[in-house]
Design a binder for this molecule. Sequence first.
Ligand code: ATP
Length: 201
Amino acid sequence: MTVIGLTGNIGSGKTTVGRLLHEEKGCLCLNADEIGRLVAEPAGEAYRKLQEAFGAAYFLADGRLDRPKMAELVFHDTDKLALLNSIIHPAVLLHLKRAISEIAAHDPEQIVVVEAALLIEANYLDILDQLWLVWADDAVRLKRVMARDGVSREQAQARMDNQMPQAEKAKYARYILHNNSGIEDLKRELEDVWQDFAGKA
Ligand code: ATP
């Protein structure tokens, strides 16, 4: 089994590349954002710690996390954001480790892709065999985020500003997928990377 980490900053095209890897190469994709939501559910690995750390005020009557209220809190309070991350990230890591072990037990040849913007920052590198970075220039990402999320230039820029620079992430990457133009160019870029990757497997 090979576990590929797929990372990139906001709007770079991680989800798009993950979809292509699934549809065209048969990879099994695990999305860390989705797992982050799962671990905060009442049956999830982070739930009890979230309750202890934030108290009942941050939970709805049905027991689920009040996500808009939590988002509002951590947006304005970096200490609370760090606290939230210190609970969510290890829980996601645990969930990922279990999922990868289960997949390996059923299909040792399966190639698994773990997609997340924060693979490096949240210390997920240990569970990966290699890291791939999707790179798109800042101006391209800005336009994509504005179009996809319907937000202003300033709002899109604010989300981009908080991230580790792409050039820093590139130091950890086995492959860099450039995604500055259209989908057909991206597919060609991915095919080149895949040929090299498959040739070395
Ligand atoms: P985020 O970190 O915000 O989740 P992401 O890195 O997963 O972003 P995507 O959601 O894959 O990025 O892409 C951002 C937007 O840009 C999407 O609307 C996607 O359809 C579009 N996009 C990505 N790559 C291309 C491309 N090569 N050509 C045209 N549109 C693209």
